[in-house]
Ligand binder design. Sequence first.
Ligand code: ZN
Length: 530
Amino acid sequence: MKQKITLLAITCYVLAFTGLYAQRKRSNKQIEKLKTEVAAIVENNKKQSQVMVDKIFSFSELGFQEVESSKYLTGILSENGFEIEKSISGIPTAWFATWSNGEGPTIALGSDVDCIPKASQYPGVAYHKPIVEGAPGHGEGHNSGIPMNISSALAVKKIMERENIGGTLLVWPGIAEELVAAKAWYVRDGRFDDIDMCIFTHVGNNLGVSYGPTRGTGLISVEYSFDGEAAHSAGSPWRGKSALDAAELMNIAWNYKREHLHPLKRSHSIFTDAGDQPNVVPSKAAIWFYFRDIKYEGIMEMYAMANDMAKGAALMTGTTMTSKVLGTAWPRYYNKVIAETMYLNIKEVGLPEWSDADQQLAKAVQTEVNSEKTEGLPVKLDELGLPVLEPISGGSDDIGDISWKVPTVTLRYPSNIPGLQGHHWSNAIAMATPIAHKGVVAGAKVEAMTIIDFLLKPDLMQGAWDYFNNEQQKETKYQPMISESDMPPIYLNKDKQDQFRSELEKYYYDETKYDTYLEQLGVEYPTLKN
Ligand SMILES: [Zn+2]
């Protein structure tokens, strides 16, 4: 970061004398007028954002398999004058789309795009009804974020061109977020070295933003593989060394450990290889863990304990062990200046107007999954989120790594139903309905207005960096959990996607024939249980 400060200082010095960076000075009144205009452009383009949201929903692609989604989104950006760079950090589905209007800040707009295994679900139907049984589906709502970013970026671009505002917009995808397996690699490979700020967007059920340390954890994702000796399980079992025994013993050891972990820590595992058939002693087996904690040090402590257990399990079974880091996410920390600026725009935009049909669907889904929340969609804005000083455990997102590289916030927008369990078919129900579409339009307006603020008010950008350098990094310094040689596990999910792709293809949204995806699927909105 020192490098960045020096660079920034030199840049400021040089620019102060050349006057290159100077945007034409505009009054607050003029800036407010441009913000009203940019929001109006987003509103006028809502048909396009609906099509994008529905389209990505229909592709239903898992992490690292976002082939159709990436092709479609980069196609739109390219048509609109963005330059596309593909295969970022060696990930075939990752891309960076850049459009520049000359000297000025570079603002990165990120969001995730992958979906959830086995979460296939008809949108607008208030009970479990898979489109393709067992197939992946958008049970996390990641089909909406990049469409939202594109919507705001295209609106801002229009204003920048017309008003001759300098600056660069970068739209980028969080590939394989569910595996937290891309963003730390982007950071490691220097992809965020020259970025001035990042607005990340994530589906939520209110329009909100926060700053400081946030609720949730960071994590390291590790697969332990054991290698043994095969034998006939009945004919000569004494000649076998079971790799599966080793994986099971490691799992048992960790389950005992769990009792003695602090409640803020979370850990979970699945077997990724548990042998082939009972009459062959498994010569290979593997178990995959996520180790989560609210602090980097805590994550690495768990990782070290697990490594010892894996070694112990290998010793006990006479097998050998190797391990591989499959993903990492730093605990997140958001920028105060960006959040406060954004929150003013959130108050300006407000929540969408929900129809009776939207509310009926939301309440029916809440009832269906026994949610504690029963009041449907929100009608009151969330407060600005303050730093979480009493840590609260929970999920992770690898935007954490980027939040320690450049001033970052996550804008949450109201495209889903409150009170659902997450990573579940019920979280897909709203995601190709008017609820998702309206939430995306509201979020895109906030995002576009915030970009205009930061392009035209250099003091804000300076303030964001002051907070980042002096407050955020006062006690904590980022250090990557991946090494130079760790590669993103781009082979993950291939089999799962291939198994369903041809079946899912039949349901890809065709916007040339149907107004909405609901119409294509013949879903009456909302469809409730009798
Ligand atoms: Zn997510």
